[in-house]
Unconditional design. Structure first.
Length: 750
C-alpha cells in the first residue's frame, strides 16, 4: 500500500482487519484525505476536521481510523463493544451511509445502526441492549434520546469513543447547528468526560470558523486536514434567455375552460421557461444529470414540462422531482432512479440533493439562475466529474425579462445574470462564503432549556445556566439576560418552579414537550397531506389556496383536486390534464459582500466571457453599456426619474443595516439588492444624514429595531423578551459594526 510518492505510514497504523478489507476491496493507495486524517484521528487527542472535495473519500478518512481504534480498544480489554456516534443532517444521508459502512463493518463484526424517525423501534432496541457499534443519527433523534432516556444516556454511551459530524457546513449558522453544539455539550456532561469529535465537510469558506463551531472555545486546538487532491477540470456554458408571456393570456385560458377545451401546460408557461425546458430536454435526455431551479415551485414546473416532453416522444420518464415537500417514498424513488444504471434518469431538485447521498454517475449539473450562494454552486458541482478522467460540467441558464422603458435603470444592469457570472468567477478563484456562525439562535436556547428540564426531571436555574451558557454554546447570553428569559417563560406558563426552587415544565411547557415536533429546533408551516388513491404524495403549506376542481402540478405529474378535508388536513387528488405549481414559500439567501464586489468587477469589464453563449454575452454587454452610461465606475449616485439610487456594492447584511439606520433617522430607503433606493432625497441630504449618524454613539440593536415588526423568524422567537428578540435578529441578519465602518470610510466622504 503506497501513497503517490512514498510508503504509506498511515496504512500501517490501521488495524489488521481494516488492512485486509482495504486489500480485498482492491485499493492500491489511500486518498490524500485518508492518508493525512488517519494519524490524528487514531491518536484521539484533538478534534479533527477533514475538508475535502465531494467523492474524495471523506467517510473512509474518518471511519477507517475510528473503526481501527474501536477494534484496538476491544483487543486491549478496554470493554467489549465500543461505540462511535455519527450525526448527519439528513435521513437520506444516514440511509446511504448505512449502506456503505455496513459493507465495511460486516467483516469486522461491528454493527451499524441507523437511528431516525423512519427506523423501526426494534432496530434501536437492539443497540440499546448491546450498546456497541456505529450509530448514525440526526440531531432530532439525539435530542429525543437525551430527553427520554435521562440519566440512562450515560450508561448507553459508556464506551463512546468518537462523535463524527457529517456535512459539517450544513449545520454551521443554523438553529440545528446550535442545537447540535448544545447536544454534544450535554452528552459530554452526562458522560463526565471529553469525547473526540471529527467533522467532515466538502464546502468550508473558512475552516477556522468550522473548527470553532466543532467545539466552541477550543477551535484553535483542532487538527485541520485539508485535502490536496486536485479537483476535476471544470467545463462551463451559460445560456441567456429573454422571458415573455405565455402563449395564452389568462382571459384566453378562462374562455377555453368555459368552452370545455383542454389547455396544455405549454399554453400557460412563460416563453423563457419553456425555451429552457426544451433545451434541457434536447441536451440531457439519454444520460444522468442534476437540475437546480432554486425553488420547489420551479422544480414542479420544470419536472412536469420535461416529463410531458418524454411522454409526447414516447420515452419512458427520464426526469424526477426531489424536494422537501415530497413524501419519503417519492424522494427515495428519485434516488433509486439515479442510482440504477439500466436507463437514464435526471433529477430536478432543490438543495435536498446538494449533500453527499451517493447518486451514481452524474454527467452534468444544470443551474437555472444564480445559485443561493457560491457555496451552493460548489457543492452542486461536486456531484459531477467523480469518475477518473471526467470533467465537472456546469450548464447555466440566465433568464432575464424584456426591459420596460418605464422600469428602474437598475433593471438594465441584469442583476441575476451578473450575480450568476460573479458566482462563477469566484468559484474559479476557489472562494466560497465563510459561514455566518455568530447568530445567537435564542429560540434554540428556549428549546434546550425545556429539554434539559425534561432530561433531568427538573433542574435549578444555576445548573441549566452552567450547562447551556457557560459550558454550552450560548456563551453570548449574560446571566442577567438568562434570568430575564426564565422569568418571561414563567409568565407564559412555559416554566414553573417548585417549592424548592427547581425549574419544571409549566402547563404550556408540558404541552410543547409532549408534541412530536418538540425535538426539532426549526419550525415547519402547517401543511396538508396530498393523497392520490390512499397513497401520500407529500405535503403542501396551508398558505396555498386549494379548492375542489383546481388543477395542480406535484411530484412531476398533473392532478385535479377532488376533495379538501380541512379537519384531517388532507387534499384528495386524481390524475388530471393540466395544472399549475403550488406556492411553497421560502426566501433566497443573503448575498455576501464579496459577491457584490465581484458583480461590480464583472460590469466594469469590457471583453465577452468565453463561457457565455451569444445571447448571454449580449445581455451582459447591454448591462455594461448601461453601467458606463450611468458612470457607475466613478459615482455611486444615480438620479432615476426623481428616485435616488445608490450603488454601494455591499452584502445584504451591511445594506439592510444601513437602510435600517437611515429609516431610524426618517429617511425613506429600500434595499433593492443591487442598490439602495431613496424617495425625495438628494446626495447632499443623504451625506448630511450619514454624517449626523456617525457623530452620535452607535445605535444598539434594541434601539435600532425598537419599532421593527416581524422579528420572530425562528421557532420560539415569539417567546423572547423585546431586547433579546432584537439582539437575536441582529445577530442573524445584520452587520451593525460593518455598516458603521462602511459609512465612516466610504459613504461619509464627499
Amino acid at each position: 500500500m503506497r501513497d503517490s510518492s512514498s510508503e504509506s505510514t498511515s496504512f500501517d497504523l490501521l488495524h489488521p482487519m481494516i488492512q485486509r478489507w482495504i486489500w480485498a476491496a482492491g485499493w492500491t493507495e489511500l486518498r490524500d484525505a485518508q492518508e493525512r486524517a488517519i494519524p490524528p484521528i487514531m491518536a484521539a487527542q484533538n478534534d479533527v476536521i477533514v475538508a475535502a472535495a465531494t467523492a474524495a473519500g471523506k467517510t473512509e478518512a474518518a471511519f477507517l481510523p475510528i473503526l481501527s481504534r474501536m477494534l484496538a480498544c476491544e483487543a486491549r480489554g478496554e470493554g467489549a463493544g465500543r461505540i462511535a456516534l455519527c450525526v448527519s443532517p439528513l435521513k437520506a444521508l444516514i440511509n446511504d451511509q448505512w449502506d456503505r459502512l455496513s459493507r465495511l463493518c460486516e467483516s469486522l463484526d461491528i454493527p451499524v445502526i441507523p437511528w431516525h424517525g423512519d427506523v423501526a423501534a426494534h432496530r434501536k432496541q437492539q443497540f440499546a441492549r448491546k450498546r456497541a457499534g456505529v450509530v448514525l443519527i440526526t440531531p432530532e433523534s439525539l435530542e429525543a434520546m437525551l430527553y427520554n432516556r435521562g440519566s440512562g444516556v450515560s450508561a448507553l454511551f459508556e464506551r463512546l469513543d468518537y462523535v463524527g459530524i457529517d456535512e459539517l457546513h450544513a449545520f454551521i449558522g443554523s438553529e440545528r447547528g446550535k442545537q447540535l453544539q448544545s447536544l454534544l455539550a450535554r452528552l459530554e456532561t452526562a458522560l463526565r468526560r471529553r469525547v473526540p469529535r471529527v467533522g467532515l465537510s466538502a464546502t468550508l469558506g473558512d475552516v477556522r470558523i468550522a473548527a470553532e463551531f466543532l467545539r466552541p472555545g477550543e477551535g484553535a486546538k483542532a487538527t485541520i486536514v485539508e485535502s490536496r487532491d486536485a479537483s476535476a477540470t471544470l467545463k462551463i456554458l451559460v445560456k441567456g434567455y429573454l422571458d415573455g408571456p405565455p402563449r395564452l393570456s389568462d382571459e384566453q385560458v378562462q374562455a377555453m375552460a368555459d368552452a370545455g377545451r383542454q389547455v396544455t401546460l405549454e399554453d400557460i408557461t412563460p416563453t423563457g421557461m419553456l425555451s429552457i425546458a426544451r433545451d434541457l430536454y434536447r441536451n440531457l435526455c439519454g444520460s444522468n444529470h442534476l437540475i437546480f431551479p432554486n425553488s420547489r415551485q420551479k422544480v414542479e414546473q420544470y419536472t412536469t414540462l420535461l416529463r410531458m416532453m418524454c411522454e409526447r416522444d414516447g420515452r419512458a420518464p427520464e426526469f424526477w422531482p426531489h424536494h422537501g415537500n415530497l413524501s419519503r417514498d417519492l424522494r427515495e424513488e428519485t434516488e433509486r432512479a439515479l442510482k440504477q444504471t439500466e436507463r437514464p434518469a435526471s433529477a430536478v431538485a432543490t438543495s435536498t440533493l446538494e449533500l453527499g447521498v451517493d447518486l451514481g454517475p452524474v454527467v452534468s449539473v444544470a443551474q437555472i439562475g444564480p445559485a443561493p450562494a457560491v457555496a451552493n454552486l460548489r457543492q452542486r458541482l461536486g456531484r459531477t466529474g467523480r469518475r477518473k478522467g471526467t470533467s465537472s460540467i456546469l450548464r447555466g441558464y440566465a433568464l432575464e425579462q424584456v426591459l420596460d422603458p418605464r422600469a428602474p435603470v437598475s433593471e438594465g444592469l441584469r442583476e441575476a445574470l451578473v450575480q450568476f457570472v460573479a458566482q462563477i468567477e469566484l468559484l474559479l478563484q476557489r472562494w466560497v462564503e465563510p459561514p455566518r456562525a455568530g447568530g445567537l439562535h435564542l429560540s434554540t436556547l428556549i428549546q434546550q432549556i425545556l429539554s434539559v428540564i425534561g432530561q433531568y426531571g427538573g433542574v435549578m436555574a444555576s445548573q441549566v445556566w452552567q450547562l447551556l451558557c457557560v459550558k454550552g454554546p450560548f456563551r453570548a447570553v449574560s446571566q442577567e439576560d438568562f434570568g430575564g428569559l426564565l422569568r418571561v417563560l414563567g409568565k407564559h406558563q412555559i416554566l414553573a418552579q417548585d417549592s424548592g426552587g427547581t425549574l419544571v415544565h409549566g402547563p404550556k411547557g408540558e404541552a410543547i414537550t409532549g408534541h412530536y415536533s418538540f425535538y426539532a429546533a426549526f419550525s415547519s408551516p402547517e401543511e396538508y397531506r396530498l393523497m392520490a388513491h390512499q397513497k401520500v404524495l407529500g405535503s403542501l403549506p396551508v398558505t396555498a389556496p386549494l379548492a375542489p376542481g383546481d388543477f395542480l402540478l406535484f411530484a412531476g405529474r398533473r392532478w385535479k383536486i377532488e376533495e379538501v378535508d380541512a379537519n384531517q388536513r388532507i387534499v384528495h387528488v386524481l390524475a388530471g390534464a393540466g395544472g399549475k405549481a403550488p406556492s411553497f414559500g421560502g426566501s433566497p439567501g443573503l448575498v455576501h459582500t464579496r459577491v457584490r464586489q465581484e458583480m461590480y468587477k464583472v460590469l466594469s469589464g469590457a471583453e465577452p466571457l468565453a463561457y457565455l453563449d451569444d445571447a448571454a454575452n449580449k445581455l451582459l454587454m447591454d448591462a455594461r453599456r448601461i453601467f458606463r452610461r450611468l458612470e457607475l465606475g466613478r459615482t455611486r449616485y444615480v438620479d432615476d426619474a426623481g428616485t435616488l439610487r445608490v450603488f454601494i456594492w455591499q452584502g445584504d447584511e451591511v445594506q439592510n443595516t444601513i437602510a435600517l439606520l437611515l429609516r431610524f433617522f426618517d429617511v425613506a430607503v429600500v434595499n433593492e439588492g443591487i442598490c439602495l433606493s431613496f424617495e425625495d432625497c438628494t446626495p447632499q441630504t443623504l451625506l448630511g444624514t450619514i454624517r449626523d449618524i456617525l457623530s452620535r454613539a452607535p445605535l444598539p440593536p434594541e434601539v435600532l429595531l425598537a419599532g421593527a415588526q416581524n422579528l420572530a423568524v425562528e421557532k420560539w422567537d415569539a417567546l423572547l423578551p423585546s431586547p433579546l428578540l432584537q439582539r437575536n435578529y441582529a445577530s442573524l441578519f445584520l452587520d451593525i459594526e460593518g455598516a458603521y465602518a462602511f459609512m465612516r470610510e466610504t459613504l461619509a466622504q464627499p
